[in-house]
Ligand binder design. Structure first.
Ligand SMILES: Nc1ncnc2c1ncn2[C@@H]1O[C@H](COP(=O)(O)OP(=O)(O)O)[C@@H](O)[C@H]1O
Ligand SMILES: [Mg+2]
Length: 367
């Protein structure tokens, strides 16, 4: 996109002054310089085109500098305003600086160096304020988005899921097989969507730095056991075995969040294995780290996809994709990195994959 030229607007009722200023500033700045001898015309211009720096005379017949700059401020609140004053008006000018937030005043006759410096600072100031304002707006948009996701999407989805469950468990009367089948499909789709909404919510929480870890001391194997128990039925269903050595390692971490990581890795392993395959979970302390890995003998990941696997929405280049969100590994990385740890992956197509995360022992031993 072509960068828009910045604008300097100069207003003085005396033509000779606007001409001189324009000449002086055009030697120094390659920006657009617009001069006006009438504040009303200048206001009209600013209304339509904006301005980055506005230079105004103090005494003008139609409208004085203070009135003019007050109007300017209403139209473009973040523009830098500089007032040119005669010596006699100095006091009024200072008053105006405080009252309407004029950036600075320059006495006539001005020093060229001072004036150029003031304009240069003015540009910098305007750019900085615009950037900060934009950031604030983006943050607000993101917060609004999180609120929308939470309330407007999650709530009705939860209600729909609950209602479908009532139908399916017979609370609302007998259903025939066909009806059950359709409602079951609806339930699955609604749950998938809830999963996506929850994952997005997590992503935005992490990205906006709103997630604060709730660390606690606990035994790593209690967490691993929980995850295995939760997902074993899925693995059994596919005739995939899960092997897991219990190791009593005490860690200091956010249990809920780490559980999300392990469930993601285990869930992925189950998704990408077939009957007869094996999943192995192991945990050990090595040097200054606790290492947890989830290994599978499944389909594996193409080498060219490996570097992208922890990116947002990445689902690899395989033609057959899961119905997932592509957010699981991304979130897992965010969680591990929030714990000052690292997560990595090794994989060979057709042979299987191994995902490993490590947390520094400082985390493990933090008491
Ligand atoms: N154990 C695994 N074996 C093979 N491919 C995997 C494995 N884990 C993850 N992947 C690949 O990484 C992608 C991203 O995983 P993830 O971020 O959890 O998203 P999702 O599971 O929602 O697709 C998956 O779509 C899959 O292509
Ligand atoms: Mg996944």
């Amino acid at each position: 996109m072509e960068k828009q030229k910045r604008k300097i607007v100069i207003v003085d009722d005396e033509r000779i002054i606007t001409d001189t200023l324009k000449m002086l500033l055009s030697l120094e700045f390659s920006d657009e310089i617009c001069t006006f001898n009438s504040p009303v015309e200048a206001l009209e211009f600013i209304q339509h085109n904006g301005a980055d720096v506005v230079l105004s005379d103090f005494l003008m017949p139609q409208m004085n500098g203070i009135e003019f700059l007050t109007q300017v401020k209403k139209i473009v609140p973040y523009t830098c305003m500089i007032m040119l004053t005669g010596y006699a008006d100095k006091e009024n000018a200072i008053k105006a600086i405080n009252e309407i937030g004029i950036h600075r005043y320059i006495e006539k006759p001005w020093s060229n160096t001072d004036l150029i410096l003031a304009v240069r600072n003015g540009f910098e100031r305007t750019e900085l304020i615009n950037k900060l304002t934009l950031e604030q707006e983006m943050n607000k948009l993101r917060d609004d988005f999180i609120a929308t996701l939470t309330h407007d999407l999650r709530t009705p989805l939860l209600a729909a899921i609950q209602t479908l469950k009532f139908f399916l468990d017979g609370t609302l009367g007998e259903l025939n097989d066909k009806q059950k089948q359709f409602l079951d499909t609806m339930l699955t789709s609604n749950k998938d969507m809830l999963g996506l909404v929850n994952a997005l919510l997590e992503v935005y929480k992490y990205e906006s730095g709103q997630l604060v870890l709730c660390k606690d001391k606990f035994l790593l194997n209690t967490l691993l056991t929980q995850c295995v128990e939760e997902l074993k039925p899925l693995a059994d269903n596919k005739k995939v075995s899960i092997e897991y050595d219990e190791a009593a390692i005490e860690i200091f971490a956010d249990k809920q969040e780490l559980r999300r990581v392990v469930s993601n890795l285990l869930g992925n392993a189950i998704n990408h294995t077939q009957a007869g395959d094996k999943i192995t979970i192991s945990a050990k302390v090595a040097e200054d780290n606790v290492l947890v890995s989830v290994e599978d003998t499944g389909v594996g990941i193409p080498q060219e996809d490996i570097p992208n696997m922890f990116r947002r929405f990445s689902q690899g280049t395989k033609s057959k994709r899961s119905t997932g969100t592509g957010l699981g590994l991304y979130l897992s990385r965010q969680i591990i990195e929030a714990h000052q740890g690292k997560i990595s992956l090794k994989s060979e197509l057709g042979k299987g994959s191994i995902f490993t995360f490590e947390l520094p022992l400082g985390v493990a031993l933090n008491v």
